[in-house]
Design a protein around this ligand. Sequence first.
Ligand SMILES: Nc1ncnc2c1ncn2[C@@H]1O[C@H](COP(=O)(O)OP(=O)(O)OP(=O)(O)O)[C@@H](O)[C@H]1O
Ligand SMILES: [Mg+2]
Length: 235
Amino acid sequence: MSENETILELKSVSKSYGSGHTAVEAVRSVDLAISRGEIVLIMGPSGSGKTTMLSMAGGLLAPTSGEIVMSGQPLSGLDSRGISQLRLRQVGFVFQAFNLLAGLSALENVALVMNLAGRHDGTVERDSRALLSRLGLEKRLSHVPADLSGGEKQRVALARALANDPPLILADEPTGNLDSKSGREVMDLLVELAREENKAVVIVTHDPRIIDIADRVLWLEDGLLAPAKPQSITS
Ligand SMILES: Nc1ncnc2c1ncn2[C@@H]1O[C@H](COP(=O)(O)OP(=O)(O)OP(=O)(O)O)[C@@H](O)[C@H]1O
Ligand SMILES: [Mg+2]
């Protein structure tokens, strides 16, 4: 597999919410190509369309117009079931609010995603344990989310995102609910895993400290994408 293989393409992607005089053009004609091994930051003010763009990029939200191509597959050619199946293997999501299942242990949260991808044998528990251990959670396997710290919850979420070894990780303000030390740890892990396994990682963040580790920084403003200007980032 080539290192520069394009894993995700947005072709003139737009999204409007609502209609008539209340319509909001959240994302406007965005063109973007992401390759394996790249760490791409997306920055921009609140309400500029970052979450909308990331949700469309991962097939969670359909664009109003334009095309999204995930691992060579145009999403417009798939029904919602087809998109879900593709997403399970191609994309790992990490959210600001962790979005773990409250009734399941750390181990079960990770194993579930492997089950959903059709794996039900004994390797599921083994691999879930290994992944959580790699993220420093070997002593937290049977804890439910309520009994974990924020940083630990986000590491479980990271393990879950990686469960099916997807080539693409999409993270929406993954450190937004963490103190700076836990945030740094989660971000370092995200980057380390990306580099080691040649994954594409797209991170939406307000945190300018993360700029140094990115291969590319993009700036979204009023739904329009542009390469970031350094002076815009620091504000
Ligand atoms: N479901 C929705 N229905 C209507 N409007 C929406 C919806 N979701 C988002 N919007 C609007 O679309 C625009 C972009 O929102 P979005 O959540 O993508 O911004 P964001 O850049 O992620 O902001 P933040 O940094 O605050 O998370 C905003 O004007 C928002 O009010
Ligand atoms: Mg957002």
